[in-house]
Design a binder for this molecule. Structure first.
Ligand code: ISJ
Length: 104
């Protein structure tokens, strides 16, 4: 084999490059999700609706666990991950409501 044909790439580099690509896609999806949830937050603030919809969250958590299980992802991990995201969304909805109806 000629010297030029010998790869100097780290053996994990191809896998890590795919992981980096997936991380970038996850962040893009998260950003898109926040754009949509911000729209929901503005609607709720305009209508005087509460930031949290516990019934919807409960349904989402059931669905997330089912989908995670079907994909062989730990359902608890999936639920914890979405819990973090949804909590941040609710915090943002409170901020949006406070901006629209500041306490005197
Ligand atoms: C986005 C909403 O607001 C909150 C955030 C949710 C989410 O991030 O999925 C779900 C329910 C609500 O507690 C909504 O009501 O749809």
């Amino acid at each position: 084999m000629s010297e030029a044909a010998v790869s100097t790439e780290h053996p994990l580099a191809p896998l890590r490059s795919q992981i980096d690509e997936i991380d970038a896609q996850l962040l893009q999806l998260l950003a898109r999700r926040f754009v949509l949830t911000d729209e929901v937050g503005h609607y709720k603030a305009q209508q005087g609706l509460p930031p949290v919809d516990a019934e919807r969250e409960a349904a989402q958590m059931v669905r997330i666990a089912e989908r995670a299980t079907a994909l062989q992802v730990d359902p608890q991990l999936a639920q914890q991950w979405f819990r973090l995201v949804i909590d941040r969304v609710v915090q943002r909805h409170r901020e949006i409501a406070d901006q629209q109806h500041p306490v005197a």
